[in-house]
Design a binder for this molecule. Structure first.
Ligand code: NAD
Length: 262
């Protein structure tokens, strides 16, 4: 039986990877989805149809660029005005740039911070008043193990993801005596286009096959030697939305094949 019939679920960056996996998970639970992210019209139309087929409900697509505060405001406003609520907010849009800090392009730093961190602030500040009015809400921020530990050459990403966990804790405290919760999910390696770029760069740099580059990337950090899947992350997000998740507040929950146990 669907566990979230008609709940309005906004997922940023849901045209690919983890966000798309989350959208499929929530669609199967009968949620009313608002998806967002880049892609051409044909791809977006195909995804929308696919998700509508899973949820049996209309799916709204909003093309807000998550680096632009006014477009983020329009995303939340449109969900509220067309669907009447934002019940679950999943902040997932994210980008990566890999370079040593003293060679890190300042404009890339600004983009990583804007999309991975500031966008979460903007969606939350616009969605929270409606959640308070209706007396229920779930805010789930897709951070990363890099919100809890660092790796070299990812200064902007690590700073942004640590920031997301700080924001998560603060929002959890500000909503502690309500039925609104705010938590972060911290994945290890998930094989999405964002990580495939890093696999390709490694294969080219060390003259490895793609399979060898994937294995090397995994085994450096993730003891299981296996990727985390978007479906596993979707299942955890769903759990956080269930009654069992009511007292989970301000958590930074790693799903990382043992990365942080080392
Ligand atoms: P992905 O590249 O597959 O998907 C990113 C999504 O964000 C896409 O839909 C893209 O269109 C969207 N996006 C990017 N910039 C945007 C912008 N300016 N405005 C609107 N949408 C934008 O990446 P992914 O691996 O699925 O990553 C999703 C989230 O998970 C990110 O926050 C990432 O940091 C986090 N994460 C990923 C991994 C991993 O191993 N893949 C691990 C930990 C955390």
């Amino acid at each position: 039986m669907a566990s979230l019939p008609g709940k309005v679920v906004v997922i940023t960056g849901s045209t690919s990877g983890i966000g798309l996996g989350m959208a499929e998970t929530f669609a199967r639970e009968g949620a009313q989805l608002v998806i967002n992210g880049f892609g051409n019209d044909q791809e977006i139309a195909g995804m929308t149809r696919h998700l509508q087929g899973l949820s049996n409900r209309e799916v709204l697509y909003h093309r807000a660029d998550m680096s632009k505060p006014n477009e983020i405001e329009s995303l939340i406003q449109e969900a509220e005005s067309k669907l009447g609520a934002v019940d679950v907010l999943i902040n997932n849009a994210g980008i990566q740039h890999v370079a040593p800090v003293d060679e890190f392009p300042a404009d890339r730093w600004d983009s990583v911070i804007a999309i991975n961190l500031s966008a979460c602030f903007h969606t939350i500040r616009h969605a929270l008043p409606g959640m308070r009015k209706r007396g229920w809400g779930r805010i789930i921020n897709i951070a990363s193990v890099h919100g809890l530990v660092a790796s070299p050459n990812k200064s902007a990403y690590v700073a942004a993801k640590h920031g997301v966990i700080g924001l998560t804790k603060t929002v959890a405290l500000e909503t502690a005596q309500t039925a609104i919760t705010c938590n972060a999910i911290c994945p290890g390696w998930v094989l999405t286009p964002l990580v495939q770029q890093q696999v390709d760069a490694r294969a080219a740099q060390h003259q490895l096959t793609e399979t060898a580059a994937r294995q090397q990337l995994l085994l450096e950090k993730q003891p299981s030697g296996e990727f985390v899947s978007p479906e596993q992350l979707g299942a955890l997000a769903l759990f956080l939305c269930s009654p069992a998740g009511e007292q989970i507040r301000g958590a930074a929950w790693n799903v990382d094949g043992g990365w942080l146990a080392q």
